[in-house]
Design a protein around this ligand. Structure first.
Ligand code: PHE
Length: 336
């Protein structure tokens, strides 16, 4: 018995001197000092010892227990202190944590670029409200009541006379009613149409409207301005064409196409095999519109144009689904 006590003391002391952390220390405690540990087993064996030997061995066992416990506490204190120090130690050579800041939404970036190009061409920026009167959105723009052209833009009516604007053209009316020529403005903003949401169309999107009114403004000036814009925005090697079209508030009217970004003109799914993509609508301001705002249509002429910002961005970056703009998916947003 005495042998086992001496042996236990020896192995315990050697094992605890090797301990490096709290986990190893706990292993040693369980092995020697727990309820089923070596020391407890030795105490159990005490009952088999003869009556004469019992006091001596009992005393030795108690000494062993006290010694082991004391040593355990001493080592525990040291290990606790070491791990505490490690926690506190700061490694000043570690690189700092990067602070992530947001970036502008791709629509805002696209609009910023469009604005900056037109500012360079002498245009200023003006905004109007999203809730509009039927008068500004249709009537003053030469869409008389029951004019079939109203069907071109499915409208969210709020009351009989008020609606969510279907295009940014009503801002033209606001600008012209409140100022006199010469006028050179672009008018960005949100517009709404009662359309089913799909990859190609949305019930809410953004447009940039342009308006120029002065004496002697010709279609050539309209073309020159839009070509200068398109070359800066899409690239100077751009191929384009103007196609005759119809809008009630412009006469003559046109749509501007550029070569399809995907097939480069040979025809594909995106351009519906035409090789061309429409980027905007435009035309010379109809004399009826000038009259509606009280301008002398003999003295002044002008042009207007309008383009969808989502569409413009989609063509520039080759996006195929308009819904991705509004999904707020970081995997999409982070690419820009
Ligand atoms: N407002 C027209 C639309 O939304 C675009 C346009 C603007 C056409 C100005 C001509 C002139 O379709």
């Amino acid at each position: 018995m005495i042998e086992s006590i001496k042996e236990t003391e020896k192995t315990f002391l050697s094992e605890i001197s090797e301990v490096k952390d709290q986990k190893e220390l706990e292993e040693v405690r369980i092995k020697y000092l727990s309820r089923k540990g070596i020391v407890a087993l030795l105490f159990e064996k005490l009952k088999d010892v003869s009556r004469e030997e019992k006091p001596v061995i009992g005393k030795e066992l108690n000494l062993l227990k006290n010694l082991l416990e004391a040593k355990f506490l001493e080592v525990k204190e040291k290990v606790d202190e070491d791990t505490g120090k490690q926690k506190k130690k700061i490694d000043l050579t570690l690189p700092g944590r990067e602070i992530k800041i947001g970036s502008k939404h791709i629509l805002t970036q696209t609009l910023d670029e469009i604005k900056s190009i037109f500012k360079g061409l002498g245009f200023s920026v003006h905004e109007g409200p999203e809730l509009e009167s039927d008068y500004n959105n249709f009537e003053a723009l030469n869409f008389q009541a029951d004019h079939p052209a109203r069907d071109m833009q499915d409208t969210f009516f709020v009351t009989k006379d008020f609606l969510l604007r279907t295009h940014t053209s009503p801002v033209q009316i606001r600008v012209m009613t409140n100022s006199q020529p010469p006028i050179r403005v672009i008018m960005p903003g949100k517009v709404f149409r009662n359309e089913a949401v799909s990859a190609r169309s949305h019930c809410q999107f953004h447009q940039v409207e342009g308006l120029c009114i002065d004496t002697d403004i010709s279609f050539a000036e309209l073309k020159g301005t839009l070509v200068a814009f398109a070359k800066q925005f899409y690239g100077k090697d751009l191929k384009y064409r103007f196609r005759a079209s119809f809008f009630p508030f412009t006469e003559p009217s046109a749509e501007m196409d550029i070569t399809c970004f995907l097939c480069k003109g040979s025809g594909c799914r995106v351009c519906k095999n035409t090789g061309w993509l429409e980027i905007l609508g435009c035309g010379m301001v109809d004399p009826n519109v000038l009259k509606a705002v009280g301008y002398d249509s003999e003295k002044y002429t002008g042009y207007a144009f309008g383009m969808g910002i989502e569409r413009t961005g989609m063509l520039k970056y080759g996006l195929t689904d308009i819904r991705t703009y509004f999904d707020n998916d970081l995997r999409f947003l982070k690419q820009f």
